[in-house]
Design a protein around this ligand. Structure first.
Ligand SMILES: C[S@@+](CC[C@H](N)C(=O)[O-])C[C@H]1O[C@@H](n2cnc3c(N)ncnc32)[C@H](O)[C@@H]1O
Length: 373
């Protein structure tokens, strides 16, 4: 059994829900305001970490300290990596002030020197290690993190860091992009896939440019993507080809309100959002948009009911932010979906909906998971 520290992204509840669903046998709990602690039989390495969208960094716990013996524990951990050449390391701290880094790093350097270890820390200005810095030291050195829980300081060796360059390449360099319809951030696509809790084939019935299909393929799954707009399906095909993965994707034009039976185990999608993300609108226009979307989603779920689909359905439905800061969501539509017999299942403890949005976005996504009861 190993213990891991996961540094959580900007939507910590979603990140924890993702961990709990992807690792159902593990014990996942909140460790501090910025991290979760997971005890698991599973080995987490960079390849496994790359399949998560909601965590920024992962470290395997190798020790524990209190305030008094922190430097001793850290120097023991670093010493175990010393191989007679200059040891390069970085140190990051979580759930306590980054200001503590300076005294810890300076004392640690002295201690290592006294023990005859040639070392160099790579922290810039005594700040936490960035993803780019981690990339540069992971071949020849190590990043250690110290995470403060209520009981102790957990000391961990970093085993995975979010590859921000790879995300941005997938997001911005793919051949087909369509800002008008809004595209799913790849990280959120991974979260939606993990929240299904299944390991088999997934259908995205509103695939647009194919973000969710692409992320599924990278996670090693066979994927199905369809969309009512044939130009978007063509674009999704180009994107999938560009990705060049071995796993299979079926992509075709299809109206999601019409029957489609195949061997998919779960459905995951970001549905139609009605308007682009950055377009604030007034409440009159919004009523019309919500009414159109309500019509679409109710028909879509009626169709799933007729098809007798019993698997999990992870849905990113839009919510709208008005200029005055008020939020309008599609909870009335959710009630209609539930009255069709689809139960909304808890994503985390008693939370049935978790929101994902960037600052100043006029449209965010409210994430639900439904299943026919
Ligand atoms: C917000 S976009 C999805 C974007 C996609 N997640 C991506 O990352 O590119 C919503 C998509 O729903 C599609 N759509 C709208 N009504 C539909 C329907 N009845 N059946 C299938 N697709 C539909 C639109 O054509 C659009 O591509």
């Amino acid at each position: 059994m190993s213990t891991y520290i996961f540094i959580l992204g900007k939507h910590p509840d979603l990140s924890i829900a993702e961990l709990k669903t992807r690792y159902p046998k593990a014990d996942v709990r909140r460790g501090g305001d910025s991290f979760a602690v997971m005890e698991s039989e599973l080995e987490i390495d960079q390849a496994e970490f790359n399949r998560l969208g909601g965590s920024i960094k992962c470290a395997k716990v190798v020790g524990e300290s209190d305030m008094g013996n922190q430097v001793d524990v850290l120097s023991d951990v670093l010493f175990s990596h010393y191989k007679d050449i200059k040891l390069e390391y970085g140190l990051s701290v979580y759930s306590f002030s980054e200001k503590q880094l300076r005294p810890i790093l300076l004392k640690l350097k002295k201690k290592l020197q006294a023990d005859g270890v040639k070392s160099r820390f790579i922290n810039n200005d005594f700040k936490n290690i960035s993803a780019a810095q981690y990339k540069s030291i992971k071949e020849k050195g190590i990043e250690i993190i110290v995470a403060k829980t209520n009981q102790a300081f957990l000391i961990g060796e970093v085993v995975g860091v979010q590859d921000i360059d790879a995300y941005s390449e997938r997001d911005f360099d793919k051949p087909f992009r369509d800002m008008e319809m809004g595209m799913l951030p790849p990280k959120l696509a991974q979260i939606l896939i993990n929240l299904t809790g299944v390991s088999g084939k997934i259908w995205d019935p509103f695939c647009g440019s194919g973000t969710l299909v692409m992320e599924g393929l990278l996670m090693g799954r066979d994927m199905i993507g369809s969309d009512i707009d044939s130009d978007r399906v063509d674009g999704a095909k180009k994107n999938v080809e560009w990705l060049g993965q071995k796993a299979e994707a079926e992509l075709f034009t299809h109206d999601a309100t019409k029957p489609f039976k195949s061997d998919y185990e779960a459905i995951a999608f970001e549905g139609d959002l009605g308007i682009p993300h950055n377009q604030h609108i007034n409440s009159d226009k919004l009523n019309q948009i919500i009414s159109d979307l309500d019509d679409l989603y109710v028909k879509f779920f009626e169709n799933l009911k007729n098809m007798e689909f019993g698997g999990p359905i992870v849905a990113g439905l839009p919510f709208f932010r008005l200029r005055n800061g008020d939020e309008v969501d599609m909870s009335k539509t959710v009630e209609k979906i539930e009255s069709l017999g689809f139960k909304s299942t808890a994503l985390l403890r008693d939370k049935y909906v978790l929101k994902y949005s960037r600052e100043n976005q006029a449209v965010g996504r409210a994430i639900y998971r439904f299943q026919m009861s």
